[in-house]
Every structure is written in C-alpha cells, then in structure tokens.
Design a binder for this molecule. Structure first.
Ligand SMILES: Cc1cc2nc3c(=O)[nH]c(=O)nc-3n(C[C@H](O)[C@H](O)[C@H](O)COP(=O)(O)OP(=O)(O)OC[C@H]3O[C@@H](n4cnc5c(N)ncnc54)[C@H](O)[C@@H]3O)c2cc1C
Length: 513
C-alpha cells in the first residue's frame, strides 16, 4: 500500500491504515515531513512556512491531534506574564509547557487588519471603534451600499466579487476585501469563482459581523471546540509548543514505530497504469537522482493532482483530462523570517501587540500578511527578548518576486516593513527567505472544468486522491485529515469515493451553524 506525501493527509492516511492492521509505505519528496504545515528551524528560531491554527469542528480530528500532543496542564510563559487564563488539561499527567517538549498549547487568537496606519478588527467588525477610525462619511457609504446590496443582490453570483458584495456591500468590499484578495491571488476578484468565498467565508456576512461585535463582550465560548462560533471568528485555537510541524514529526515517528516505512527525498515521478489500475510508481531520489520502480496494490495520493495526472504512464488518460490538469493553477508564496530586537509598532495605549498575524491592507506595500511567531508560542523563539516575524508575499513561481535573490528580497521586505512603521531597519538582527510552491490551489484557470479530472480519477480502481493539492481544494489541515480518513475508508470498502469528495464541500464541513 503506497501513500504519496507525508503532509497531514499522508500521515493521517498512514495512521488510519495502521489502525486497521495495514502497514503502508509513505513516499515523501522532501527531506522533512509536514508538507506545507511543516516548521523549519533557523538559528534556533522556529517558523511555520505560514502559521497554522489547529482548529476543527470534527471532534475526531481534535481528539487525534490531542492523542499525539496532549493539551497543556499548566500555563505557557507568556500567559503567566500577561495574566491570561487558558483552558487547561486537568489530567494528573498533563504536560507543563515550561518543562516538557510534547505539548499542545491552547492559544488566544488575535488577528487584525492594518489599514491607513491603524488597526481594524479581522474579520471587519462594525464596532464603534471601527466606525470612528473609518470616519462618518465612509460609515454612511458603507451603510447605504450594504442596504443596496441586500435589496438588489447580484444573482446568480458569478464571481468572488459578487459573493462578497452581496454579503457586505460594495463600499466594504472595496475598502477591505478587493486589494487584499487581489494581492493573494494575483487576479481581479471578478475572475475568481464564488465557490472560494463559499469555502472560506461562508457563515460570515455583515449581519453576522455586527452580531459578533455586539455579543463578543457577553459570550463566554472559551472551549476548545467553539462549535457555536463561525470559523473566521474563533477566539482560541490549538498550537503545538514547537510549531505546526512538531505534530507531523510526532505522527511520522509514531507510524514508523508501528512498522510503516517512510522514505524521505523520494519523489514520485511516474505512476504506471494498466487496465485502469496503478500497478507501480517510479520514484526519484532527490539527492542522487537514482530512480526505482515500486510495485503497489493501491495508492493514496496527496501530491498535487495535476502532477499526478500528468505523471501517469501506460494508460490512456483522455486528452480533455490532460488539458484540464495542465490548466490548474496554484498561487505560490515567499515567506521571509525576520528577527528584530524590538517592534516600532504598539497598540494605541503603548502596550505590545499580541496579534498572531496582521493582514496588511496598506496599498503601497506588496506584503500580504505579517506573523508574530512569539504570539503563537513563546517557545518558537530562541531569545525571548527578540521578536521573530514572518512576512508573507503571495506570488507566482518564476515571477520577479519568486526569482529575487534572497538578500535582495530580505532588503525589500525590511524596507517595506519600515515604511509602514512596524520596525526600524536598524533593529533587524537576522533573516531567512523560504519559497513555497503550490501554497494555494486556485479557483480559477481550468478549475471550472475540474469535474473532468475527478471523474477520470474515480475510474482508477485502486487509486484515491486526498488532501489539499491532492484534490485541488482549499483544505485546511483538518479537511486534509478527514479526506485521508475517508480515502482509507473507501479503499477498504467502509466508505465511498463520494465521501472523500464531500469533505469541505458540504455544509457539515463549512462550519456554518
Ligand atoms: C500560508 C498558509 C497558512 C495556512 N494556515 C493554516 C491554518 O492556520 N490552519 C489549517 O488548518 N491549515 C492551514 N493551511 C493549510 C494547510 O497547510 C494544508 O491544509 C495542509 O498542509 C494540507 O495537507 P496535505 O497533506 O493535504 O498537503 P501538503 O501539506 O501539501 O502535503 C503534501 C505532501 O506531498 C509531498 N509531495 C508532493 N509531490 C510529491 C511527489 N511527486 N512525490 C512524493 N511526495 C510529494 C509534498 O512534499 C508534501 O509533503 C495553511 C496553508 C498555507 C499555505
């Protein structure tokens, strides 16, 4: 049994197979497990390639995560310093993060938007403070345009622009969504399928945002699951003490202890088909270039689905399927880790900012999102008197940003951060630049014809795709885990292929009450 990819989906599939007495072979192209949820270590400082909230409406996923890294039994160093209370594990052997390594932390979430040099709530809440910062004429325009959108919504919704304007009005769309979304995707919002909005911001509308602003002060949903809360609004999430990748490294160690083989630096370069089945996969050792053919009974694949289709050999992949696979688009990411001695920005009252990340809405910089890793886990940072930042730039593999030499990139990123008064250039101590291919599967390009690929894949009797790029779906980690479990169930006859495709496509996965 071969699993392609040792990210969340691949490792969840391996663990589910082991539970059923099957020991798989896991093939991973990179030298490290975790996929895009991995954590890298630079000079003792740890960073996710993009920070990862662990949060799921599925109790099974949460329980699985906590079975790998148990919830903290004592507060973290920063919670003690700030006098914050967090839900603690009251089991006698619950780990103390200041002493033990394998701990899942419960974190308070704060993310805001930086716009016009000021902080706004994320998602946009129409609190009195927001309206004051926006000014009275903008506020009136927001109100009118919201009313206009509710009275005369665009139907049918043909694009992300229609989706957002219908829910928030044109004024808010232009202020808070348009530029940022176009920074992320590199194309105008009216060229993006409305389905993207349905997946990412379903359950949120201006009415919900107002209700949230009004009830926030009175509601006490401080639980881990926060099932009563829309995903974009949850106030608490789980996070491994040493970064998102810590859990995937622990999961990989566990499956190996149970007898599964995990081969790193093993890129699947060909999938050999015969009579509608995968009979073997060819792998390339990424260090030596040596190739090897491995026969297989069945394949569970989380590699990008377009690569999977285009690397199939020996079977007749229909031309239409090849055409759509070639036309699937991803958005790539360059992340710059930056160590600074201090931040220049603080809250209006002078207190330090506690944001996990900040959406940079400022139009004059290319920076998309700024992460403050200290606020994810104080244990990610080697020297607690320094601030470890992550600057996310959305781009396209091969474009000017992607190909910029690392030092030049760091210089540009430093200058941008200083230009919006977040740091002083003189306070930068170190930097590292990371390139992340296929960070985001795009809902444009050939995506509208993706069903052709799906229908053909479903004819392969012993192959199942799963995960984020594996299904070309904007999955979070929990969706990837759920799709992997569903793929294993389908493989062993406990479920269907339909169940796999249902993950993160149906209401139950959309976290809408
Ligand atoms: C910036 C950013 C922030 C995010 N934040 C969150 C968050 O807060 N919460 C959340 O839940 N999710 C978040 N996500 C999404 C999360 O990263 C993904 O849902 C998750 O990593 C997907 O897991 P996967 O196993 O499906 O795919 P991947 O993580 O992509 O893993 C696939 C694996 O397959 C390997 N592979 C690819 N091709 C081959 C090949 N040919 N042969 C062998 N191996 C191959 C890859 O190297 C990789 O290890 C974020 C993503 C990004 C980009």
């Amino acid at each position: 049994m071969v699993i392609i990819g040792a990210g969340p989906a691949g490792l969840a599939a391996a663990s589910a197979l082991i539970e059923r007495g099957v020991t798989p072979l896991v093939l991973e192209a990179e030298a490290q497990v975790g996929g895009i949820s991995k954590t890298i270590v630079h000079e003792g400082n740890r960073m996710d390639i993009g920070p990862h909230r662990f949060y799921s409406k599925s109790d099974d996923v949460t329980a699985w995560w906590l079975s790998i890294l148990p919830l903290q039994g004592a507060p973290s160093s920063d919670d003690i310093a700030l006098g914050r209370t967090v839900p603690l594990n009251d089991a006698a052997d619950a780990p103390d993060p200041s002493r033990e390594r394998d701990v899942m932390l419960s974190r308070s979430r704060l993310s805001r938007i930086l716009f016009l040099g000021r902080f706004f709530d994320y998602p946009v809440s129409l609190s009195a403070a927001t309206l004051k910062r926006l000014g009275s004429s903008r506020t009136i325009r927001i109100g009118w345009s919201y009313l206009a959108a509710r009275l005369h919504p665009t139907r049918p919704e043909r694009s992300l622009e229609d989706f957002i304007v219908n829910r928030f009005g044109r004024e808010l769309y232009e202020l808070f969504f348009k530029d940022y979304t176009e920074k992320v995707w590199g194309v105008p919002c009216n060229e993006i399928e409305p389905e993207w909005g349905a997946q990412r911001i379903k359950g949120i509308s201006l009415a919900v945002a107002i209700k949230h602003a009004l009830t926030k002060a009175f509601r006490g949903d401080d639980s881990i699951s926060q099932k009563e809360t829309e995903t974009s609004l949850i106030g608490r999430f789980l996070y491994p003490k040493l970064g998102a990748g810590q859990i995937w490294e622990a999961a990989a160690a566990r499956i190996e202890q149970c007898g599964a083989a995990l081969r790193l630096n093993a890129e699947v370069v060909a999938i050999d088909l015969s009579s509608g089945r995968v009979k073997s996969v060819r792998i390339r050792d990424t260090r030596t270039d040596a190739e090897e053919t491995l026969p297989c009974q069945a394949v569970l694949s989380s590699m990008p689905v377009n690569d999977f289709v285009l690397r199939c050999r020996g079977g007749d992949v229909p031309d239409e399927v090849l055409r759509v696979a070639r036309g699937l688009i991803h958005r790539d990411l360059v992340t710059c880790g930056m160590l600074v001695s201090k931040l220049a920005i603080s809250n209006p009252d002078g207190s330090p900012i506690l944001d996990n990340w900040i959406y940079i809405q400022e139009r004059e910089v290319r920076l998309g999102r700024l992460v403050v890793f200290n606020n994810w886990s104080p244990y990610l940072v080697a020297d607690p008197d320094t601030v470890w930042l992550g600057l996310e730039y959305f781009c396209q593999e091969g474009d000017a940003m992607w190909t910029m030499p690392d030092d030049e990139f760091a210089k540009m990123a430093t200058a941008e951060l200083a230009s919006i008064n977040i740091i002083d250039e003189a306070d930068v101590l170190d930097h590292v630049v990371l390139h992340v291919r296929k960070a985001y599967p795009a809902y444009f390009g050939a995506y509208t014809e993706f069903d052709l690929v799906r229908q053909w894949l479903d004819t392969l009797s012993n192959a199942y795709v799963m995960g984020r790029n594996g299904m070309h779906r904007y999955n979070n980690m929990d969706h990837s885990v759920l799709s992997a479990w569903a793929a294993v169930a389908a493989l062993i006859g406990e479920g269907t292929r339909e169940d796999v495709w249902r993950v993160n496509a149906e209401e139950t996965y959309h976290e809408e009450r």
